[in-house]
Design a binder for this molecule. Structure first.
Ligand code: PHE
Ligand code: CO
Length: 291
């Protein structure tokens, strides 16, 4: 989630120039390890048949359920052997350029902290459960691994062109909230969904949100909300198709986008290929703030 306000302007004391800190795995408390186990068990009740195969396969390959918060020293060699990625610890959200530099070098920055027991269902800042359980399994997939690195390089470029707002929407609607539809049916690959029990069900089964076929330029024009379930999800046929669709040079796209307005979160455009049209009932009733 690169596009939240970042919390600090310079690395905190004890952090390196690239903002990384030690995971300090031994310092986690039993309560914190239990939080991981609770969240993990809860997601595994929900995700089989809902998360895409690449995610479930990756989760298994990384062995993230050995009891408590994963120790990066044990997880990283497995991930590195599969796709060359590693996970590094950061104190929280980092500046965009730092984030892109990590991705471009196949390093995924993860928060070090875990949510408190009274925040199991909702938190606004990514913690280690979101970052590791949500993001890292997909990084074991060779195609997705390439996509994330390409995104890092693309981010550096978009930043220099002043187009980060548009590119960030691509990250949001793919890496965080992407769905895919293959011969098995509609499945989740986005980290923001697979790390949330309630959104894992909502994204696939609720009649409220729109589900629309992936369209690069359309996505780069579409607003998003960070405070509640999404009102629109974009669907790719496969991770390969996602990679292919984003391989082209974004330069001409950015030029076209400069003259165009944003698209609202609940809009359906005339050219959209709608997979399922939503009622927007959940959002219209006030979403998670409803009485
Ligand atoms: N093709 C993009 C560019 O030219 C780079 C990119 C790839 C961005 C994949 C995001 C995801 O900038
Ligand atoms: Co995230």
């Amino acid at each position: 989630m690169s596009d939240f306000e970042h919390v600090f302007e310079t690395p905190l004391e004890g952090a390196a120039a690239d903002w990384t800190i030690s995971q300090n795995w031994r310092a986690y408390t039993q309560v914190e390890h239990d939080t991981w186990d609770t969240l993990y068990a809860r997601q595994m009740e929900i995700l089989p048949g809902r998360a895409c195969d690449a995610f479930l396969k990756g989760l298994q390959a990384l062995d993230l359920n050995t009891g408590g918060i994963p120790d990066f020293a044990l997880m990283n060699p497995k991930l590195k052997a599969l796709t060359g990625w590693t996970v590094v610890c950061v104190p929280g959200l980092v500046p965009d350029d730092v984030f892109f530099d990590h991705l471009a070098n196949r390093r995924f920055p993860s928060g070090q902290f875990i949510r408190k027991p009274d925040q199991l269902d909702y938190l606004q800042e990514p913690d280690i459960f979101h970052d590791v359980f949500g993001h890292v399994p997909m990084l074991t997939d060779p195609t997705f691994a390439d996509y994330m690195q390409a995104y890092g390089r693309g981010g550096q470029r978009a930043q220099s062109l002043g187009m980060l707002k548009n590119l960030a929407r691509l990250y949001w609607y793919t890496v965080e909230f992407g769905l895919l539809e293959d011969t098995d049916g509609l499945r989740i690959y986005g980290a923001g969904i697979v790390s949330s029990a309630s959104e894992s069900v909502f994204a696939l089964e609720d009649t409220s949100p729109n589900r629309i076929a992936f369209d690069l330029e359309r996505i780069m024009r579409t607003d998003y909300r960070i405070d509640d379930f999404q009102q629109v999800y974009f669907v790719v046929p496969s991770i390969e198709a996602l990679n292919d669709a984003t391989y082209e040079d974004f330069g001409p796209i950015y030029e076209r986008l400069k003259g165009k307005t944003s698209i609202a979160v609940d809009a359906v455009e005339p050219y959209d290929r709608v997979i399922s049209g939503g009622t927007q009932a959940y959002a219209n009733k006030g979403g998670r703030f409803a009485a």
